[in-house]
Design a protein around this ligand. Structure first.
Ligand code: OFO
Length: 183
């Protein structure tokens, strides 16, 4: 008896999205290492935390594929983006990357609707909501930097921005406990 309840196309799309989440994790990870090296420890903590979150998203998709009886295909993850040139550049790229990931998520949502795979459609709504939150967060941070001068941000403003960022670094929860409220 075939216990697989995902179509070939949905399985492939979910596997692709799983790798995209891993790629997002690599980007946050490399940006965090860059920030730490520049002395921005608050920003580094924030970015490290987000690397964990993206990895949790990857795990969430992996677990869903298995739960539906389909096959997980773990592939190579593309290299992260090159290092940012400034804090402004860092958060501009983070924001753009989140928007790009949202577009990829919408493709899976669209596909699940077309195939009337309501379980996958429902599963993907968590990601739709999560992207709204992540886009808003990165947009707000980018706006803060812009208000403080963007590329021309001065040392004092940079210091307090980085200090504020350090406050956001909480404990990361495991993938199985992830909810929309607690990503
Ligand atoms: Fe996976 O949450 Fe953003 O990209």
């Amino acid at each position: 008896m075939n216990t697989n309840r995902l179509s070939k196309t949905i399985t492939a799309a979910l596997n692709v999205q799983m790798t995209k989440e891993a790629h997002a994790a690599q980007i946050y990870l490399s940006y965090a290492a860059w920030a730490d090296k520049q002395g921005f420890s608050g920003t580094a903590n924030f970015l490290f935390k987000h690397a964990h979150e993206e990895r949790n998203h990857m795990m969430k998709i992996l677990e869903y594929i298995l739960k539906r009886g389909a096959e997980v295909v773990v592939t190579a993850v593309p290299a992260p983006l090159k290092n940012p040139t400034s804090i402004h550049d860092c958060f501009k790229n983070v924001f753009e990357q989140e928007v790009e990931n949202t577009k990829a998520i919408y493709k899976v949502v669209k596909m699940s609707k077309e195939e009337e795979d309501w379980a996958t459609w429902n599963f993907m709504q968590w990601f739709v909501q999560e992207q709204v939150e992540e886009e808003t967060l990165s947009m707000n941070l980018l706006n803060k930097i812009k208000i403080a001068g963007g590329e021309k941000i001065n040392g004092d403003a940079l210091y307090s921005f980085d200090k504020d960022m350090g406050k956001d670094a909480g404990e990361v929860i495991p993938a199985q406990d992830v909810t929309t409220v607690n990503p």
